[in-house]
Every structure is written in structure tokens, then in C-alpha cells.
Design a protein around this ligand. Structure first.
Ligand code: URA
Length: 210
């Protein structure tokens, strides 16, 4: 597994405003989108391309285009939805699938409650969007779900991670073709599973308390 922390002053600046509890929802939403475009730039370094030749007004030029099958972007509901626009702005030809994950309060294990994905992901490059890598439970389940459908390489893009969650993902997906791209790694998880210092509940801050 590869972990890449996108260390750039613009990312840290936007992240700082996101963390501020006084940042209202509309600004929070547009900042997540902007931040996501920057993280998507980092996260798509490994996007598969193929060689093409085009004709410029002057001569032939060799270049690349994104290969088929097109990448699949999978936001994890609900907070991952806030990251989708920023991602597809940069990768407009990607297809989008959806995965809803929630914790089963009896087993405390993440369970899939909604899914709209191709049945066969063989040879697909997948990009999972989940803003907060906290315990890692839902991200591990989501990535595992994609591998079970045949995906070959998965990049997860998260805004923040806790070291505990990163370690859990690393342990669970050891040896798999996984890249995690992050805005920052914070200090720790608190006893309620919140990232510290974090930014609070990303879903609530994006969409309100519902
Ligand atoms: N999910 C969130 O939205 N925030 C956290 O701090 C942890 C998980």
C-alpha cells in the first residue's frame, strides 16, 4: 500500500478553514470541492493512459489519452458525495458508482446499505472518495468490496486520516494494489471515533444534522 500526503500550502490553507468550527455549511461545501480538485490531481498521478498521436496546426504530436475501461469513481455515502464534483471536474470521462456504508450497531461492523456499481470490475481502476479515514472500517470494507468485484487497483482519496485508521487499512489490505491520498494525517482518534483535531462530523458539516 502506498500513502501519499499531499503537502501543499494551498491544501493546508483550505484544510485550516474547513477545520474551523465557525465555517458555515455553504463555504464548507465549496471548500471541500476545491480541496478535492487539488487532491484529485495528486490522486490521479497513476491514472492509466495510452499513447495517441494528434495533428497540431504545425505537425504531428505524440501524447496520451485516458485508457479504456474508463476509471470508476466511487463516493462512499454520505460524506463522500461532497467530494464527487471536485473529482469529476478533473476526470470528466470517469464513470461514477455509489456505495453506502454504515456501521451495524449490533455487530459494530461496517455494512453495505446501498450499492450501484457494475457487477464486473475486472481491469477497472477505481477511485474511492471518503473524507474522513477514522477507524478505517468503512474504507476497508469498501475497498474489499471493489476487489471482490474484480477491481485491480484502488486509490482512496481522503481529506483527513487518523494514524490508527491508516494502520488498520495497511494491515487489512497488505499486499493489495492500494494507494491512499490524504490532505493530512492528524494526531489520533478520540474515544467516540472522531479524528483529533479533525473537523468534526464531515457529513453533518456538509449536509446538516439529519
Ligand atoms: N467521521 C467524521 O465525519 N469525522 C470524524 O472525525 C471521524 C469520522
Amino acid at each position: 500500500m502506498r500513502v501519499h500526503v499531499a503537502d501543499h500550502p494551498l491544501i493546508t490553507h483550505k484544510l485550516t478553514v474547513l477545520r474551523d468550527k465557525n465555517t458555515p455549511s455553504p463555504i464548507f461545501r465549496s471548500l471541500v470541492e476545491e480541496l478535492m480538485t487539488l487532491l484529485a490531481y495528486e490522486g490521479t498521478r497513476g491514472v492509466r493512459v495510452e499513447d495517441v498521436t494528434v495533428q497540431t496546426p504545425v505537425s504531428e504530436a505524440r501524447g496520451v489519452q485516458i485508457s479504456d475501461p474508463k476509471p470508476l469513481v466511487v463516493p462512499i455515502l454520505r460524506a463522500g458525495l461532497g467530494m464527487l464534483e471536485g473529482m469529476v471536474k478533473l476526470l470528466p470521462t470517469a464513470e461514477v458508482g455509489f456505495l453506502g456504508m454504515a456501521r451495524n450497531e449490533e455487530t459494530l461492523q461496517p455494512a453495505t446499505y446501498a450499492e450501484r456499481l457494475p457487477d464486473d470490475l475486472s481491469d477497472r481502476q477505481c477511485f474511492v472518495l471518503d473524507p474522513m479515514l477514522a477507524t478505517g472500517g468503512s474504507l476497508i470494507a469498501a475497498i474489499q468490496f471493489l476487489f471482490d468485484r474484480g477491481a485491480v487497483d484502488v486509490t482512496a482519496i481522503c481529506i483527513l486520516a487518523a494514524p490508527e485508521g491508516l494502520a488498520a487499512v495497511e494491515k487489512a489490505l497488505e499486499g493489495r494494489e492500494v494507494t491512499i491520498v490524504l490532505g493530512a494525517v492528524d494526531d489520533k482518534l478520540d474515544e467516540h471515533g472522531y479524528i483529533v483535531p479533525g473537523l468534526g462530523d464531515a457529513g453533518d458539516r456538509l449536509y446538516g444534522l439529519v
